[in-house]
Design a binder for this molecule. Sequence first.
Ligand code: MTE
Ligand code: LUZ
Ligand code: MOS
Length: 749
Amino acid sequence: MKNKDSFGHVRGTSIFVDDVATKQGTLHAVVFDASVAHGKITKVDYSKAELLNDVIKIITYKDIPGINQIGGILPDEPLFAENEVHFNGQPIALIVAKTLAAAKKAKHLINISFKELPVITTAKEAYDKGHFINAARTFNLGDTSKNFKNCTHVFEGKTFSNGQEHLYLETQGAYAYPLENGTIKILSSTQGPTAVQKIAAQVLGVSMHTIEVEVNRLGGGFGGKEDQATPWAVMAALAAQLLHKPVKLILERHDDLRMTGKRHPYESYYKIGLDKDLKIKAFEVKFLQNSGAAADLSPAIAERTLFHATNSYFIPNVKTTVHSCKTNLPPNTAFRGFGGPQGMFVIEAAIANAANKLNIAAHSIQEANLLQENDSFSYGQIAKQVNIGKTWKQVKSAYNFEEKVKEVKNFNNENTLFKKGISLMPITFGISFTNTMMNHARALVHVYQDGSVGVSTGAVEMGQGVNTKMLQVAAMCFGIDPSKVKIETTNTTRVANTSPTAASATADLNGKAVQMACNSIKERLLKVASKQLNSLAKNLTLKDGFVFEGNEQSPISWQKIVQAAFVQRVNLSENAHYATPKIHFDKSIEKGHPFAYHVYGTALTEVTLDCLRGTYEIDAVNIVHDFGKSMNKDIDLGQIEGGLVQGIGWMTMEEISYAKNGRLESSTLSTYKVPDIFSVPKKINTIALETNGSDLAILKSKAVGEPPLMYGIGTYFALENAIKAFNSNYKMKFHAPMTPEKALMGLYS
Ligand code: MTE
Ligand code: LUZ
Ligand code: MOS
C-alpha cells in the first residue's frame, strides 16, 4: 500500500498549518528576539512599535497570566526573556498586528539595549568553566582501569561531531483561536500535542481541559518539533487568550534557523584497549554535549548517547560519562537518532584510529567484536534476537565485499588524482523511549453504521507514514478494504496524555493500541455473527469484507454484521490503551532493560575523492537492514533512503557555524548546504534481512524511523580512508562533518 499522503502531497492538496483557511479577524504575530547571545536587558522601548498602524499589542513576560516557563524536563526556560538573554534568537516579545507586514515592520521600531556578558559557544569552554545543565551521568560495566592494563594495544583520542539543522520543509508555526467559555484551540505543527497542551495551560494559567490541540500533519519534524514546536504554539494561544482573536504565528525560514535548536554538537575523549586478537577489552569515553542555553531534551539525549556508545559491539569493560554543557546557543534538541549517532561516531572513530595505528583495516576490528546473542550491553540489558552478525555477513556476501576491497586497492594504485575509499558501518539501535514511563499509547476506534471506520491515535503524521500504517492495522484487523478506514487528525480531546511522536516507536505503541481496540470491536461483531450463523464465535473471522466460518465465506458481509450489531445496540466504538511490557530501567544503578528490542543493519559505503579539489562523490551505499517483517516495504524503504541521506548530510556537508559572539553564521540555505539530488549516493541498495521480527513490534514490523540515519556515518569513514590512500602522512582527525574543504586540507596536510 502506498503512503496515503502521497496523492495529496504531489497534488498540493495536503493541508499544513499555514494552509488552514483563516477565520475573520485573524491577527498575525512576529517574534521579537535577542540580538546578542548573552546580556542584561538595560532598556527596551516598545512605544514606537506600538504606535504603528495596525499593531494591536506587543506581548511580553509581564502579560503572562500563568507562569513564564516552558521547560519540558527541567524548569529552566522562560517563554519570553525577562531581564537577561542567554542566546541570540531568544524570544523577548510577541508583536501582534492586523497584518503580517505591520508586525514585521514594528519589529524594527523596537528600541533595545543590552549590557553584554561573556558568551560561551563550545561545550569545552562550558565544561572548563563548570557550566552544566544537570549532573553528569555515567554507565559502567566491568572494570575499565583494571582491564586497560591487560590490553596489548591502548589508544586515546578526541572526536568532534557538529550539530545539524532539521530543515523540515514546513517551518515552525501554529494557529490559535478562542472558542467559547475561555477554551482555546491550537492548530500546531508539533510532534507532541500533549506537550503543547500542558505547557500552554501552564503559561495561560488554565487547566489542560481548556486547551485543545489539533495536529493534521507535519511537513517534517525529524525531532525538531518534539519539544520546540511548543513555544510558538503557546505564544499564539497566549495572544488569542489576551486579545480574544484568532492568532497565527508562522516562523519565516530565516527566523526558524536562528531561533531554534539543532542536533547537539559533541566533543568527546575516548580510550580504547584491544587484546592481541583485536578483541576490544576496555572502552572509556567522556562525552561533552553542547546543550545550549536551557535543558530542553538534552538530559534524555545525553542518556541515549550512553545507551549507544558501544554501537554494535560487545565490550566487557565500559565506562562512559556524559556532561550536558550549558552554552549560549539556542537550546539544542531532539534530532533523528537522539544522541545515539553522536555516541556511535565516537566508537567508530576509536576503532578507525586503532586500525590505522595497527595498519589494519577497521572492518577486521569491527568484525571481531560484533554483538552476539546473550551479550550484555553496558546498561545491563541482555541482547536477544541479535541480527547484527547476519546483516554484516550478508552485506559482505551480497555486495561482494572482498572483491570491492581489491578493486579499491587496484583503483588507488592506478590513479593519483582520484582515490576511492570504502567502509562498513554496523548499527544497533534500541527501540523504546529510554524513559520507561513514556512508552504507552491509546487509540479510539469508531465503526460507523455504514461500515466505515474512523481511527484516532496519539500518532502524528510527519512524512514517516505512520497514518498509513495505522490504517493498515485497522483494515487488517477488520478484514476490510483500506478505503473503508479513515485516520483522523491527532487531537488531545480524542486521545489524551500522549507521548510525542518520537523514538521511532510511534507505529509500535499506537499500532498496538489500534489493534487492541479493533480486536475488542471485532469480538463483539463475531458474537453477533455467531448467533446469526448458529456457530461458535471462536470459529469465525473477518476477512475480505465478509464473516468467514473456518475457511468458508459466509453470506454475512462486513456491512451487514455492522448494521446487525448496531440494531442490537452493540457498542461499535472502543478506546484501547497499550503500554510496552517488560521494559524497566533503574537510574540509581544505571541498569535495566530499557528497550523492547533492537534494530540491526550494516551499510557498505564506497566513495571517490577528487584529490585536486577535495570534492567527492558517493558511488554506492549497500545496505542489509533488519525490518523484521516489514508491513509496508515502500514506506520502510523510503525511511532507509531518507534517513541515510540525512545522516550523510550530517557527516559530510552540513556545517553549522556560530560566530564567537554566538550569532548563527550558517543562517541561510546558501551558507548551510544540505544534500541535493547531485550529492546523494549514485546507488542505494537495500536488502531486507530474512528474520522473524519481534513480538513487541507492530505486526512484527520493526521500527524504522531513526536507525538508518546512522548508516550515514559510514560515509565519513570511507572518506577518511580515501584521503589516507592519497596522503599516507594524513592523521585522521575525526572532526565531522568532512566537508570538501576539510578533505582538501587533509589531502595536503
Ligand atoms: N520521516 C519523515 N519523512 N519526516 C520526519 O519528520 N522523523 C524521523 C523519522 N522519519 C521523520 C521521518 C524521526 S526523528 C522519528 S523519531 C520517526 O520518524 C518518528 O516516527 P515513527 O515513530 O513513526 O517512526
Ligand atoms: N525522545 C524521548 C526520543 O523523549 N526519549 C527517547 O528515548 C527518544 N529517543 C529517540 C528519539 N526521541
Ligand atoms: Mo525523533 S528524534 O524521536 O523525533
